[in-house]
Design a protein around this ligand. Structure first.
Ligand code: OX2
Length: 831
């Protein structure tokens, strides 16, 4: 029930109100205040680092004011919240995003200009928050952005890694990893919460509570403290401010003074080191699972702290636990947070004393699960002995969940031993393994894939048996989306201005359906020229960025052909570079006059390989080796340039994405669950060269087949090709053979370095079907070139594409999740 306002409440509101001062004098005051009082500088000793820090802290004050207002409001009205649990949040920078959201960009530009700084330079002082690998982590960041912008009550939960995604250096053509010490400078975008700390247990033994059926006491003296840090998430054009709550393992209190006094200095800090390592590093694996013990402990620390926090906050409402699913929806971003399911069971059974059936009902009504991949190497499985040792209580709960589930299956399908074995959460291997995707599926009321084709595939493959047992309705599709705030308005001001002009105002930024209005201008000559000019300006900006990061000079008049994503065999960067080699060969064979008539092209690669992924790292080496030879070839000049942009990141993407003419999304059909950069490139007026895979398919449906270049075999054909290639060596077509020959002749240096890549196609079964798709890939490149030569048609394609892309806003995706899975409603903050 609502309490009567006290004097403190009134004073709180007087401070925490949605109005924020916009006048230059107040802004300047707040910046100078932070400069002097937070950073001990004077206006005379200001540098651009401190210009950034002081301005960022003053923006943060304004955000926190609204953060308080938002959360106090949601508590007061008793709003149901969604909790998006993700081991990854690839946020990138926040300063510019916050300025735009609060509509304070011009004001800060003015104030900074007065003291001699350009806003763009100050923005460049910020380091990315790179707490994620790739698409999965960036999706989580886009989703919390949409929650905030659309006034949905919801938080993200994650881990505050001390070292985020590694920095990629290219040395002698090879990727070299360096630690990402992003917290070395003060981070204005986090708010430490020492008062929000929970103990998390590991190892130990169990004591059954007498007289109970399922209640245990878990006794262990290995207990770590997880402490919260809150990252405010600015909502564009709304008072609402979202939150990402990140846990960090606390080391205070673990210092052993007795050991220190006895001269055992290493022993004295040993406990601190053991604790801290849990939240030290982000595992740099994308779409792979390494099964490391530290990773399991990291996942549990995350899940335990999060579930304890959610239950504690719920209990403060005074409602009975049976109402938890009415107040909280928890979304599992892939299987990484699946331990949240047995952890909620543990809390409800052991701490709260509920009976199994009630606890299970609450749990399954609270959780929902998103699957992001069908790649077998990404499937999380934990050895039963490891799980039993580290989390004895959870292993017991998982056994019981499995037992009750299998009993139900057996009743439904008597005498089907095969089915019981296939569907069991425990895989009968040696040692036995816990299949996390199955646990997530059994413990959730909804399971979704991330694009239409992918949601179909999971129903026919990994969850086939579950569809039989649990019914088809449990399995739904939620096609991914991306945030128009960052991926249009922030990264592409030139195009955004044009859209604003056509729409009449900036409302499209929070309602992307309005970009449809562009269609009406597609024949307007003056508008088309400005559209082209905006793309050219973005290409010049990227050319500068390429020069600054690689020293390579490229012409903005060339076709910009981009593939920027994690380096992975299934994404087939190898096929791309082989086609570049073939192109180089053709150019070399031409007479100069003929070559001069060729369409100049800049082929841009960017992306990181997991540190332990040898093949992917060899692909990076090959790309750089080819770049070195081609770029130095005077005969070739601007007709072909090859660039590997190092250290791909959210910020690098903000430079690269707006500048593509075509971008490549060329995974073997059926392997890329969705892809999200495909959406970003098209939302910025680029055209896709891609396979019939993931969200490419739906993008094609929306923009129309004239606006996309498809090639390659279809998902349903893949199994047969793979089967054939297991037993037959492929016969490369002449183009592919030419590329192999050039490599083997040593054109790009030591041929033997690259032989394993060739062998993966010729002798390794060509699992990703490069030999199958190569001819149609080369044809598709020709079609692209032909189309780009007709500039008029190309501009039409570009405008129509953007106009028809509204579906791929993360706002649409979040609305579908909210209505169909979470059952939550938007509640704009009212003071
Ligand atoms: C990625 C998928 O590979 C990608 O296709 C998808 O767009 C993205 O998640 C967001 O849904 N790790 N990364 C992914 O899946 C996993 C597992």
């Amino acid at each position: 029930q609502a309490k009567t306002p006290t004097r403190e409440d009134t004073e709180f509101r007087a401070y925490s109100h949605s109005e924020i001062a916009r006048d230059a004098a107040t802004i300047k005051n707040s910046v100078v205040m932070h400069l002097t009082a937070t950073f001990l500088r004077t206006p005379a000793s200001i540098d651009s680092t401190h210009a950034y820090l002081a301005s960022a802290f003053s923006v943060r004050d304004r955000l926190l004011q609204r953060w308080n207002l938002t959360n106090e409001f949601h508590d007061r009205i008793g709003a149901k919240r969604v909790y998006y649990m993700s081991l990854e949040f690839l946020v990138g920078r926040t300063f510019d995003n916050a300025l735009l959201a609060l509509q304070l960009r011009d004001e800060y530009a003015g104030v900074l200009g007065d003291v001699g700084f350009r806003l763009e330079d100050v923005i460049d002082e910020e380091r990315d928050a790179a707490l994620g690998n790739g698409g999965l982590g960036r999706l989580a960041a886009c989703y919390v952005d949409s929650l905030a912008c659309m006034n949905y009550p919801g938080w993200g939960y994650g881990l505050r890694y001390r070292y985020g995604m590694f920095q990629q250096q290219i040395i002698n053509g090879y990727q070299v990893e360096a630690p990402d010490c992003w917290l070395d400078t003060p981070n204005p975008w986090e708010f430490p919460r020492p008062d929000v700390t929970y103990p998390v247990k590991f190892y130990g033994r169990l004591e059954h509570v007498p007289g109970s059926a399922h209640r245990y006491r878990w006794v262990s003296d290995v207990v770590y403290d997880a402490m919260a840090f809150d990252m405010p998430v600015p909502g564009y054009g709304t008072t609402n401010v979202g939150n990402i709550r990140l846990w960090s393992c606390k080391t205070n209190g673990l210092f052993d003074l007795n050991k220190f006094n006895a001269g055992d200095y290493a022993g004295a800090t040993g406990g601190q080191v053991a604790a801290q390592i849990l939240t030290d590093v982000l595992y740099p694996n994308d779409n792979t699972n390494e099964g490391k013990e530290l990773r399991l402990r990291q996942e549990y620390l995350f899940c335990s702290a999060t579930l304890q926090d959610i239950v504690a906050r719920f209990k403060r409402t005074g409602r009975p636990l049976s109402e938890l699913p009415d107040m909280a929806a928890i979304q599992l971003n892939d299987t990484h947070p699946t331990l949240g399911i047995p952890e909620l069971m543990r809390i409800l059974l052991d701490d709260e004393g509920l009976e199994w059936d009630e606890a299970w009902d609450i749990t399954t009504r609270t959780f929902a699960f998103t699957n992001h991949t069908v790649l077998p190497e990404a499937m999380e499985k934990w050895p039963v002995p490891m799980m039993d040792r580290i989390l004895p209580r959870h292993m017991g709960i998982i056994y019981d969940i499995n037992l009750f589930f299998l009993q139900r299956v057996e009743k439904q399908f008597p005498d089907d031993r095969g089915l019981l074995r296939d569907i069991s959460i425990i895989e009968e291997s040696s040692p036995q393994q816990v299949r996390m995707a199955f646990l997530a599926c059994v413990g959730s009321h909804r399971v979704n894939g991330v694009a239409a084709i992918h949601s179909d595939i999971i129903k026919q493959s990994i969850f086939k048996d579950f569809v039989r047992v649990m019914g088809e309705d449990k399995f739904v599709n939620k096609t991914n989306g991306v945030a128009p705030r960052r991926w249009m308005n922030e990264c592409n001001p030139a195009m955004s201005e044009l859209i604003t002009e056509v729409v009449g105002d900036r409302s499209w930024i929070n309602d992307l359906s309005k970009v449809r209005a562009l269609e009406a201008r597609v024949d307007d000559e003056a508008f088309r020229r400005r559209w082209w000019a905006a793309k050219q300006a973005n290409k010049r900006r990227l050319a500068d960025y390429i020069l600054a990061t690689t020293g390579i000079r490229v012409s903005p008049d060339a076709l910009f052909d981009v593939q920027a994503k994690r380096i992975h065999e299934y994404k087939r960067q190898l096929m791309n570079i082989l086609s570049v080699i073939y192109r180089y060969h053709r150019l070399k064979e031409m007479a100069p006059a003929e070559r001069a008539r060729e369409l100049p092209r800049v082929v841009v690669f960017a992306g990181k390989a997991a540190a332990g992924y040898w093949v992917a790292k060899q692909v990076i080496k090959l790309i750089n080796a080819v770049a070195e030879v081609v770029n130095a070839d005077d005969e070739i000049g601007d007709v072909l340039k090859v660039v590997f942009v190092p250290d791909y990141s959210v910020t690098a993407a903000e430079h690269i994405v707006p500048a593509s003419d075509i971008s490549q999304h060329i995974s073997t059909a059926g392997t890329e669950a969705s892809g999200t950069s495909n959406m970003k490139f098209v939302l910025n007026g680029g055209i896709i060269l891609g396979t019939v895979d993931g969200a490419n398919i739906e993008i094609g449906e929306e923009v129309g087949e004239e606006q996309i270049f498809f090639f390659g075999c279809l998902a349903h054909e893949v199994a047969d090709f793979r089967h054939y290639l297991r037993f037959h060596q492929p016969k490369p077509d002449p183009a592919l053979q030419t590329a192999f020959d050039m490599i083997q002749r040593g054109t790009f240096g030591d041929a033997h370095i690259f032989q394993p890549l060739i062998d993966s196609i010729l002798r390794g079964g060509d699992v990703y079907l490069l030999s199958v798709d190569f001819p149609s890939y080369i044809e598709a490149h020709k079609a692209v070139e032909e189309a780009y030569r007709h500039r008029d048609d190309w501009v039409t394609k570009s405008i129509l594409s953007v106009a028809r892309m509204a579906k791929f806003s993360s706002d649409r995706a979040i609305q579908e999740y909210a209505e169909e899975i979470w059952n939550i409603e938007p509640v704009p903050v009212v003071e």
